[in-house]
Design a protein around this ligand. Structure first.
Ligand SMILES: Nc1ncnc2c1ncn2[C@@H]1O[C@H](COP(=O)(O)OP(=O)(O)O)[C@@H](O)[C@H]1O
Ligand SMILES: [Mg+2]
Length: 266
């Protein structure tokens, strides 16, 4: 069953056609990757799906309902949560406080509740802290809870970003280049974490440049080039696809079999 379904999606930026009649779907419970050379339109697709950008044309359906035109926080409330290619962390807050910012989305205590009923607000806060602790433990950085986010090594900052996303209790998590800038052992941890996220029943849709990571964990891979889908299939099908190999060779001088990180600016 298509959990996320994109049809006829086009985005123009002035004269630049960033996406051109793009269609694909993501099955519930799967790990699907969106790959393609720099400028292919991957981040633009993420921005449309998560309500940060209105498409020029096309539809986005999630769990059977149209989510086109919803604002980012409304999309997130429906369970479609993203991380960012550029970090979304508040560096001056502690690790634990950062996770609380993700939980805020699910918290029910508004200002009215705070004024009217301090006891229930305190209960709510205790519940949120417990949940933050669970999420930190899940990604493996609970021991860092009281350190400032900016003091974390880079790889752990990326894990914190995933923790912030998980705190919002997603049904589907969109990860934009979660392993960019990571060293090989950090990438291994990220791969393991993505697998465990899926085991929790969360559907994962990721944009990632690291081919070893993509090919190692994805059930399906969708390949964009210059705003159009040029291939879609299992990792093996995509790896052997002539158009894909040419797209990568043409723009990056790098073969799919050997390519690793190719860090693009957001
Ligand atoms: N806000 C914007 N304004 C104008 N052009 C943009 C904007 N965002 C992206 N683009 C252009 O759209 C194309 C796709 O960009 P992007 O989605 O960031 O690619 P990717 O994430 O695959 O590297 C590129 O040509 C990029 O320069
Ligand atoms: Mg991008």
């Amino acid at each position: 069953m298509a959990y996320l379904q994109i049809t006829g999606l086009s985005v123009n930026f002035g004269g630049v056609r960033a996406l051109s009649d793009v269609a694909f779907s993501v099955a519930e419970g799967s790990i699907v990757s969106l790959i393609g050379p720099n400028g292919a339109g991957k981040t633009t697709a993420f921005n449309v799906i998560t309500g940060y950008l209105a498409p020029t044309a096309g539809t986005v359906r999630f769990a059977g309902e149209s989510i086109a035109g919803l604002r980012p926080h409304e999309v997130a409330r429906r369970g479609l949560v993203r991380t960012f290619q550029k970090t979304n962390i508040f560096p001056e807050l502690t690790v634990g406080e950062n996770v609380l910012t993700g939980l805020h989305l699910k918290g029910s205590a508004g200002l009215g509740a705070i004024l009217l009923n301090r006891v229930s607000v305190r209960a709510e806060e205790a519940r949120l802290r417990e949940r933050a602790e669970e999420v930190l433990a899940f990604v493996g950085i609970a021991h860092r809870r009281d350190e400032s986010a900016s003091s974390l090594p880079y790889g752990e900052q990326r894990l914190l970003e995933v923790a912030i996303g998980l705190a919002a209790d997603p049904r589907m998590l969109l990860l934009d280049e979660p392993a960019s800038g990571m060293n090989p052992s950090e990438k291994e941890s990220m791969m393991g974490l993505i697998g465990r996220i899926r085991q929790k029943g969360i559907t994962v849709f990721l944009v990632e440049h690291d081919m070893r990571l993509v090919m190692g964990i994805s059930e399906r891979v969708v390949v964009l080039n210059q705003g159009q889908i040029i291939a879609e299939g299992s990792p093996d099908e995509v790896r052997g696809n002539r158009a894909v190999i040419e797209a990568y060779l043409g723009t990056q001088g790098e073969s799919l079999a050997t390519s690793s990180a190719n860090r693009a600016p957001a």
